[in-house]
Write a new protein. Structure first.
Length: 367
């Protein structure tokens, strides 16, 4: 049997590429005329990027199509090229980001995302370049808190790579998985899918130059935390808790995760959220409905700073739901509290960078 290029191209035209819903030839993915040497065929396929989720299945389908439509005796070699430059290796992903701060909580419901959003806005108000990544893959709330639920990030070409352009609001660059999923549908993902999505939001986004990159992590300790620790050299962690004993017990676990010998991420400090309740009509009154100064005592016990005590005020909830976080209003009690938190974070980060070596990315392969 004599092979010739049209036979091969006709076979490849039967393979649909899921990324464009067109066949390989129509999609312009066959880079050159197939190279033929007897019963050996060499094909070069061009994919958008080296992390293309359809690459493996497309290569298998192309080989199967040639064996089915031409001959099962054909020896097929498929090489790949990429329109976009490859993703930088771990450790070189965010070269223009100076400080990466993980905001964590031992349990849900303590206001971690509220603190993350307001800390990011307050840092921007202080004149810093700030990015906020909603790494809470299974419960993204940043789009709602910034009132950008309908925003859809688009791709831009930067240095030969197609990157996701973050949404910008209140001087903060934002990305969240919430921009890419239906907000009314539960996100049912296996661990691998979630961690891959998170890596894309980190490495395949145009974060540019940042003074502070805030990570709003999921509550508790999970695969997502491990992915972050294996992907980024985190400058330090801020732990959020209420004064309640149950929340403090979980906060200890969060602190222990970062202080683990294999992790060694410095704890920048604790934030006591919902420290007391103050009614709007009685601004001088404090009601300690979750207990008094629990975080302060935990901070002293763990040898870490108490960065801020944030009061529980109805306006925090209302402003968050309205898409205008409390830190936007610096003349209010809560606005001042978050501005003070941002100043404390700047101070402890500067001290940490002066006194301690840079954090190393976690390598789980080591015993």
């Amino acid at each position: 049997m004599t092979l010739y290029p049209k036979l091969i191209l006709d076979a490849l035209a039967t393979v649909t590429y899921a990324g464009t819903k067109k066949n390989l030839v129509e999609s312009g993915m066959v880079a050159d005329t197939p190279s033929i040497n007897g019963m050996k065929v060499k094909i070069v396929l061009t994919f958008p990027r080296d992390t293309d989720p359809f690459m493996k299945s497309t290569i298998k389908a192309a080989e199967a199509a040639i064996h089915y439509h031409v001959s099962k005796d054909v020896e097929v070699e498929i090489e790949t090229e990429f329109k976009s430059k490859p993703r930088p290796e771990v450790g070189k992903m965010l070269p223009q980001v100076k400080n990466i701060v993980a905001v964590s909580s031992g349990k849900g419901g303590v206001g971690k995302s509220t603190v993350s959003a307001n800390l990011a806005i307050a840092l921007a108000r202080l004149g810093y370049k700030v990015g906020l990544l909603d790494a809470d893959i299974f419960g993204p709330s940043v789009p709602k808190m910034f009132k950008v639920e309908d925003a859809r990030p688009y791709a831009v070409e930067v240095d030969g790579r197609n990157l996701i352009e973050p949404i910008e609001k209140y001087g903060v660059k934002l990305l969240s998985i919430g921009f890419f999923v239906n907000p009314d549908t539960a996100t049912l993902w296996r661990g691998g899918m979630a961690t891959n999505a998170l890596k894309q939001l980190i490495a395949d986004a145009n974060w540019g130059e940042l003074d502070y990159f805030i990570l709003d992590t999921p509550p508790g300790t999970s695969d997502i935390h491990l992915t972050l620790l294996q992907t980024l050299a985190i400058t330090g962690a801020v732990i959020v808790s209420t004064p309640q004993a149950v929340a403090l017990a979980d906060a200890r676990k969060g602190i222990d995760m970062y202080r683990n010998d294999k992790v060694n991420v410095p704890i920048l400090g604790l934030v006591e959220n919902m420290a007391w309740f103050t009614p709007a009509e009685l601004p001088e009154n404090k009601y300690y409905i979750f207990g008094k100064e629990g975080c302060k005592r935990l901070a002293e016990e763990m040898g870490t700073p108490l960065l801020a005590q944030i009061p529980l005020v109805q306006s925090i909830c209302e402003s968050g739901d309205a898409g205008e976080p409390a830190a936007c209003k610096v003349d209010t009690m809560t606005g001042q509290a978050f501005l003070s938190l941002a100043q404390s974070v700047v101070t402890v980060v500067n001290r940490r960078n002066k006194e301690q070596a840079p954090t190393k990315i976690v390598d789980v392969s080591k015993g």
